[in-house]
Write a protein that binds this ligand. Sequence first.
Ligand SMILES: *Cc1c(COP(=O)(O)O)cnc(C)c1O
Length: 400
Amino acid sequence: MAFGCGVEALAIPGPTPLPDRVVRAMCRPSTDIYDGVSVKATEAVLTGVARVFRTESPVYIQIANGHGGWESALSNVFSRGERVLVLESGNYAVNWGRMAEAMGLAVEVVPGQPRGPVDLDAFEDRLRADREGAIKAVIVVQIDTASGVANDIPAVRAVLDRAGHGALLFVDAVASLGCVPFEMDAWGVDLAVGASQKGLMAPPGLAYVAAGPRALAAHAEAGLRTRYWDWTLRDAEPHYAKYCGTPPTHLLFAQAEALAMLFEEGLAAIFARHTALAQATRAAIAAWAEGCALEFFIRDAACRSDTVSTVMLSDGSSSEPLRTLCRQRYGLVLGVGQGETAEAKFRIAHMGHCSAPMLMGTLGTVQSALEHLGLPFGRDGVAAAASALAERLPTETAPA
Ligand SMILES: *Cc1c(COP(=O)(O)O)cnc(C)c1O
């Protein structure tokens, strides 16, 4: 017997649930790529994504997942042998660094705090030791989807400024853009990467790279440019050139619709919703953790992200029975563990098109599965989450 039916409920950190409006935006015949709706969709996506990045700088669209965005960034800014510093805090910055290494860059990793964010002190020490300014760029992730940690990007910028170091600041905002505040220009971020399938509520397949003035200046000298990724070629007309080939028309229709939804709800309202849903999730996990069978992976409560929560089984046993039970019998897909102690971890995403009933369904399902498996959970996490939401909701709302 199983309780799932129809559409699987996804609580994975990407791809995130697609709004019906976004699905419907793709249900149309092929269109011309030189004129009309395709060109309009490109314009809507370029201006909309720049608005979410909060930048006046150009955005480039890659027909790729986030990894393609990383490669576009590296190829367009660097030359072989240049040095980059990776601030570790889970998996994603390190993986971006591995890609840089494979492309011939000299990559150095500053280990993060154990089960925590990037180590800003070690970062500052390393910058100060770099008297000749060999470090050309610093790579950091805003929310690391593997560990569930949120890094403080303005604090990273402040370290660069304090050390008087001119390295470019590269930020992976794939798992945070459109969910939590990101201020590319105000925070002094030189290059930022996003992707369609997380907070931006569209299908996988589009990566966005926003390049600030200093990244563009480096681009002019970059030796790793290739014909396919080269931003300069993508700046040219016609429309076709922006993609170095046929535009991904239906993904653009989907993304344009998803952006329209983001702006209708309003970024401030979206950020508040993500914070409330994350707090409800954390209230549930904290209640369950009193049973001592599971715990937060990220130790410092202040560094837990508002888009994904990583949970660990305290005795190091595998999360696989729980995830399989949820998927096969309840119709709920939880995120697998990644990185160190991957086996023992699972992840609950609360990212993108996620509402209170969707989240409460997820938490209730997880709790039911914990009970079915006989895993001791301390308190009723679902009740704790319900209370957290009730407390977060402002009592007075403006008339609609
Ligand atoms: C999902 C994700 C990526 C990119 O992953 P793709 O699977 O290549 O789209 C990069 N960084 C972070 C933080 C992510 O969460």
